[in-house]
Design a protein around this ligand. Structure first.
Ligand SMILES: NC(=O)c1ccc[n+]([C@@H]2O[C@H](COP(=O)([O-])OP(=O)(O)OC[C@H]3O[C@@H](n4cnc5c(N)ncnc54)[C@H](OP(=O)(O)O)[C@@H]3O)[C@@H](O)[C@H]2O)c1
Length: 341
């Protein structure tokens, strides 16, 4: 029996994921978006598949879930739990498993404990699993955790990563403050509304995986500034010299047991010659280094979103974070075959 999926959010990421899901034998039974330009249209046309999929995009998740009773919702809508709770709650209440790209959902237990507990309780009651994945899943958490498993003693774990804001849609560019003045950026940074950094959730997941305890957490953020005029594809407008093109977070977690975790992550509009990096260094016995060269983050985000589908359906009910899922595997065959269907 094939896996029935609802595509939740029809933007840059889920347009790619729609094609990957179809390639892997998933039956797309519904789609949900927000804007007038998408709602009422066919998913195949809006995502550029080039043919009708007989799936009309709706703006009513409850109606879609009631009517289609999917195995899973594949969510690419927003980044932070205060926003993502709307989509995740709708899934959990309907007993629909959900795999989301919301960055904070990667490990939200420390940064949004109340929302996560609430979702966990609903999901356990209805039998749904909720999981945050994306590029971080393997490249920033599980590949690093595997390498940590080859050490005898760890003093520090230090990561450097960058990604191009223009590989994603306007939601991401807005979150990265692209086009703001430095004064507006500083105001946002100082405001109580500044959401958790993506790096914080990555380090929380790594620390959780090792069973270490957090002693202190620090975050420093600096804006990345356009030196010359740059065009942002995501916003479809020119960013002037002196304006913000994104920012870099440097997160640090010191653990009670000693190991220190650092992650410097930059998400900005790229200029000529920029490319995505993913580099990690473990100091201890022995010293270890990982470098992935130039990483195609846009694609690896969507492949992991899709390849995780069988793991999320098979996982126990509740809010289950990726360090608790099985190692991610290449999916040669249609996804339902990994569930023994
Ligand atoms: N974890 C990762 O590795 C990773 C990587 C890439 C992106 N992301 C995150 O994934 C999210 C989506 O990225 P993207 O590049 O696909 O962004 P995008 O192109 O802006 O797409 C977002 C989509 O969500 C829809 N949407 C917004 N609010 C909604 C709501 N309340 N109900 C239903 N649909 C809603 C939008 O609908 P309309 O267009 O109809 O308004 C749009 O189709 C971003 O927050 C991004 O940070 C995570």
């Amino acid at each position: 029996m094939t896996i029935k999926a609802v595509v939740y959010g029809v933007g840059a990421m889920n347009s790619i994921a729609t094609r990957l899901l179809l390639d892997k034998g998933v039956e797309i039974v519904g789609a949900i978006s927000r804007s007038e330009s998408k709602v009422g249209n066919d998913l195949g046309e809006v995502t550029g598949i080039g043919r009708s999929l007989d799936v009309v995009i709706s703006n009513d998740p409850h109606e879609v879930f009631e009517r289609t009773r999917p195995d899973v919702a594949v969510i690419a809508v927003n980044s932070y739990m205060t926003d993502a709770v709307e989509q995740l709650r709708a899934c959990a209440e309907h007993g629909v498993n959900a795999v989301t790209l919301s960055e904070e959902a990667l490990y939200p237990w420390q940064t949004s404990p109340e929302i996560t507990r609430e979702l966990d309780e609903i999901a356990k009651r209805t039998g749904a699993t909720l999981t945050g994945t994306g590029h971080q899943d393997t490249y920033w958490v599980n590949i690093v955790a595997l390498m940590m498993g080859t050490a005898h003693r760890i003093d520090s774990v230090t990561g450097h990563a960058s990604w191009n804001v223009d590989d994603y849609g306007p939601e991401v560019a807005g979150d990265q403050q692209v086009g703001k003045t430095v004064e507006e950026f500083d105001e946002w940074l100082a405001s109580a509304e500044r959401p958790p950094t993506f790096g914080r959730n990555v380090l929380d997941a790594l620390v959780a995986d090792t069973g270490l305890t957090v002693k202190s957490v620090t975050t420093n953020t600096r804006p990345d500034i356009a030196e010359t005029s740059m065009f942002s594809q995501a916003l479809q407008r020119e960013i002037l010299p002196g304006q913000v093109i994104g920012f870099t977070d440097i997160d640090e977690i010191v653990t009670t047991e000693g190991p220190v975790f650092n992650f410097e992550m930059s998400g900005r509009v790229y200029g000529a010659g920029d490319g995505d990096i993913n580099e990690w260094e473990i100091k201890g016995e022995p010293d270890l280094v990982l470098s992935n060269g130039t990483v195609p983050t846009q694609v690896t985000t969507c492949t992991q979103l899709v390849n995780r589908v069988p793991d999320v359906i098979a996982a126990p009910a509740g809010f289950v974070t990726v360090e608790k899922l099985p190692r991610l595997r290449y999916r040669t065959f249609p996804l339902h075959t990994y569930l023994g269907r």
